[in-house]
Design a protein around this ligand. Structure first.
Ligand code: EPU
Length: 337
């Protein structure tokens, strides 16, 4: 269960060459409790699918890789079903499993890289749907005393790419499974996101099923976003910044074409990809690091980039965007350095 000198290359979607001095794999809550009792792992880095992690050459912390598997139906009432999945289940496999069973709720979240355990941490979202829309609860192991607790949606304090696990519970909780409330019929489908509505119309689909929507989402993602198996990347590198009304008005006066999404609280979300493209950095490249030619928000490793190279490139982007727009982009990716 505990190993030394383990290569992390296949454990991160950037395909960075890095080595962990100490590496442990937890396949159950019991394993995790056992590992956490070992003093060497007190401040370990918890690694799921490695699709949102940037490793520097030798991470300072030991690594605990969560490999808790299993998907099961734990409750069924009326047209609803509760599905529980282990933290180590690949997210997209869970989406495909639910679609095969005829369940609705996860179709817009197809092909998001990463594992189930990481999904609540940043409240994963795509095409108008966020995890919190289907979230029921998750099980946590407390790193300090190895106690087990269940957190419901309210307790998780979800926000845009945010939750209590990024704040108060950051170095405290390890998520071991996630339960989702899905629909067996009377689906609540979300087709509001522009490209989905257009593609459904162009295919003449008037009454889409969850599978129809998932297929469209997969098509969109495959055209716009590079496959990490072919080109190392971690999806969106930065979060989309949120500005207040007066900042928005100011930006809009000089950029009338500014894309934006009005938030329920009166603030505005601005696509980070647009800001990066405006400063001329879409498709930019420095050695083996760059932004993808089809999507400015995706940083890619063209082969031999190190974690430091990618970090330095991301800082150059932050600085360039800040100088031009006065907005400091915040990484969505976690740095394990
Ligand atoms: N845009 C550009 N240049 C580009 C790409 C996009 O100007 O190179 C502008 C366009 O105006 C476009 C807008 O940005 O309309 C939004 O682009 P997109 O629809 O691709 O979405 P995003 O805001 O860049 C977010 C999520 C993605 C998710 C998509 C689809 C964040 C940080 N990212 O990206 O999530 O797939 O919406 O819903 O919120 C991820 O988190 O890793 C991720 C891929």
């Amino acid at each position: 269960m505990i190993e030394q000198g383990v290569s992390l290359k296949t454990y991160n979607s950037f395909g960075i060459t890095a080595e962990a001095d100490l590496f442990a794999v937890a396949k159950s809550i019991g394993d995790l409790q056992f590992i956490l009792k070992d003093q060497r792992f007190t401040s370990a880095w918890i690694l799921g699918g490695g699709s949102n992690t940037l490793f520097c050459d030798t991470p300072k912390s030991p690594i605990i890789h969560l490999a808790i598997s299993g998907i099961e139906i734990t409750d069924e009432q009326g047209d609803e079903v509760v599905v529980k999945a282990g933290a180590g289940v690949n997210w997209h496999e869970l989406v495909l499993w639910s679609l095969e069973k005829g369940f609705g709720g996860l179709e817009n979240l197809a092909l998001i890289p990463g594992n189930v355990g990481a999904a609540p941490i940043q409240n994963i979202g795509a095409y108008g749907v966020e995890l919190q829309d289907v979230f029921e609860s998750c099980t946590l192991v407390n790193r300090n005393d190895q106690s087990v607790e269940i957190y419901d949606k309210v307790a998780c304090q979800f926000g845009y790419r945010d939750s209590i696990f990024k704040r108060k519970l950051k170095h405290v909780a390890v998520i071991t499974d996630v339960s989702l409330r899905l629909k067996k019929e009377n689906y609540r489908l979300n087709t509001s996101y522009g490209a989905i509505a257009q593609l459904l119309a162009s295919k003449g689909i008037n009454a889409p099923s969850p599978k129809d929507i998932a297929r469209i989402v997969m098509d969109i993602r495959r055209t716009k976003l590079p496959d990490p198996k072919q080109l190392g990347n971690a999806g969106s590198f930065f979060k989309n910044p949120i500005v207040n009304h007066s900042e928005f008005q100011q930006l809009r006066s000089s950029h009338p074409d500014l894309p934006h999404y009005e938030q329920t609280d009166g603030n505005y979300k601005i696509p980070a990809a647009w800001l990066i493209e405006q400063v001329g950095l879409k498709g930019a490249r420095d050695g083996d690091v760059g932004t993808h030619k089809h999507h400015a928000l995706v940083l890619v490793n063209f082969g031999g980039a190190s974690g430091h190279d990618i970090k330095a490139f991301s800082q150059m982007i932050q600085q360039t965007v800040e100088e031009r727009f006065g907005i400091r982009l915040q990484p969505e990716v976690n740095f394990c350095c």
